[in-house]
Write a protein that binds this ligand. Structure first.
Ligand code: SF4
Ligand code: FE
Length: 486
């Protein structure tokens, strides 16, 4: 079975006994908990759409490892065209869900591991590449969702990793070495979609130095392994999903994202699950490659959600009767220009991709970092323009319960109407605007645009490294007539 149905996916999750917490309580039935359903629905879409003939080209691929048809989210890119399709797939999914749809991390990590484990083996004679191939073939053939765990809690960022100035567990590390594997202790933060994944791949949070071998550890582990605890993060407006009349008030009742602080409390990792174990000189390469792929991804997913934001702004301008005003048209053009610039950089970084020693394709790192740095800015401006067009009623409108009330509903219906639209539909689009700007989708569209795949400073470091300033100085010298050595 290389492609699961969404029903089979739900059954496979239900077989797992996972340790998930929210608001101080263990969630015994995460499959049917209303807070978790919108996140799971996004993942279900990745299965359903893969079985739709009209989306087959983007949603599926042929595995070069097995020849089987697989979900593209588990694919190892074989060409620039594959890199291109990845961004197009992400835009499509962003448009469809209006949310972070949470399955891209494994696609980006798998390609980073595929390229890097090959190079580690070349240098050290290890067998990580074979292990990784076995792992990804199983993920492809069972159509698994695998989360990714990169960011350590870190605590005091000025403290040295493993230096003893603070609790050593603030960076995940090996605490015991056994003949058959290692025991790790620590935690990872912001794990996207982790409550709906089968397994997780863990990698070091950053480049490591000699002496930090215990922190240079990468592996996969099923999410029901002993010692793993997921504590789901709060999102603004999250408990609206638990209310009785929440269809309108949630804004996007169908889809949403989830992140969790994930604890690894003395988790045993067998040798065959390990893809990096003390090779400190490769930790930075793994992180840099994963980040590069994920920064390219944002050119797709964020422009897809941006399409929903532009659509919501355009619709509310129609409902508000201001669609023909020149300043509204101008704002919609500006939103579109900014949104398409995000997509341009995503597609460009795919088009300029290159083949790694292992044979898969890597995105252009300079363009991918420029793409993500733009993502840290443009969605904020796009949302600002949407709020401008929507008007203050976006945050002061009465609730769905008031609309349905036998006593005051008639007032809501009377005073919330718009041009050619009843109060209910006007409220629906206003709540969608609110959701995108400051509700649960804002986690994926705004703050994730800032910090997901690395904060802006991380992109600036990479742009500095990739900027080619010495080569550009030579160009300037040549035109200015400055001789060699000048
Ligand atoms: Fe995918 Fe974008 Fe969410 Fe990352 S932020 S998992 S690229 S949808
Ligand atoms: Fe992300």
């Amino acid at each position: 079975m290389a492609l699961m149905t969404s029903e089979q996916y739900i059954e496979s999750l239900a077989e797992m006994k996972r340790n998930i917490w929210f608001q101080g309580k263990k969630i015994e039935d995460p499959i049917n908990h209303p807070l978790f359903i919108p996140s799971r629905k996004c993942l279900e879409e990745t299965y359903d759409m893969a079985l739709m003939p009209e989306h087959e080209d983007l949603m599926t691929a042929i595995s070069q490892l097995t020849g089987h048809k697989i979900n593209r989210f588990n694919h190892i890119h074989q060409s620039k065209e594959d890199l291109n399709k990845k961004v197009k797939l992400q835009r499509l999914m962003g448009q469809r869900t209006g949310s972070c749809f949470q399955r891209c991390v494994i696609m980006d990590m798998a390609n980073a591991f595929y390229a890097t484990t090959y190079e580690i083996d070349q240098k050290y004679g290890t067998d990580y590449f074979q292990r990784f191939k076995q792992f990804i073939i199983r993920c492809q053939d069972k159509d698994l969702i695998v989360g990714g765990a990169l960011t350590d809690p870190k605590g005091d960022r000025s403290a040295t990793i493993g230096g003893g100035e603070q609790d050593m567990d603030l960076y995940l590390h090996v605490v015991e070495r056994r003949p058959d594997g290692v025991v790790v202790n620590g935690a990872k933060v912001h794990l996207t979609g982790i409550t709906n994944a089968h397994e997780v791949v863990v990698l070091p949070t950053q480049a490591m130095r000699p002496g930090q071998e215990d922190y240079a550890i990468a592996f996969y582990i099923p999410l029901d392994a002993p010692g793993i605890t997921m504590i789901v993060g709060r999102q603004s407006c999250d408990t609206r999903k638990l209310e009785n009349l929440c269809d309108i008030d949630v804004g996007n009742a169908k889809y949403g994202g989830i992140e969790a602080l994930t604890i690894f409390d003395h988790v045993f990792v067998p040798n065959e699950n390990i893809f990096l174990n003390g090779e400190v000189d490769f930790a930075g390469m793994l992180v840099e490659r994963f980040s590069g792929y994920h920064r390219n991804s944002y050119g797709g997913c964020k422009s897809g959600v941006g399409d929903v934001v532009i659509g919501a702004a355009s619709l509310i301008s129609q409902y508000n009767g201001i669609e023909k005003a020149s300043h509204v048209k101008d704002k919609l053009v500006e939103m579109t220009q900014l949104n398409e610039q995000l997509y341009c950089a995503g597609i460009a970084s795919s088009a300029e991709g290159w083949q790694t020693q292992a044979g898969n394709y890597m995105v252009d790192l300079l363009l991918a970092n420029v793409c993500k740095l733009n993502v840290t800015r443009y969605p904020y401006e796009i949302i600002r323009l949407m709020e401008d067009i929507a008007g203050g009623i976006m945050v002061t409108a009465p609730s769905e319960a008031d609309l349905r009330s036998p006593e005051v509903g008639k007032y809501v219906e009377k005073y919330l109407v718009g041009q050619g639209v009843n109060a209910e539909n006007r409220l629906r689009v206003l709540r969608l605007c609110e959701n995108l700007a400051m509700g649960s989708a804002a986690v994926g569209y705004r703050t994730e645009s800032m910090h997901g795949a690395g904060s802006p400073q991380a992109q600036k470091v990479m742009i500095t490294r990739q900027g080619g300033y010495e080569r550009k100085k030579e160009l300037a010298k040549q035109l200015a007539g400055i001789k060699k050595g000048g």
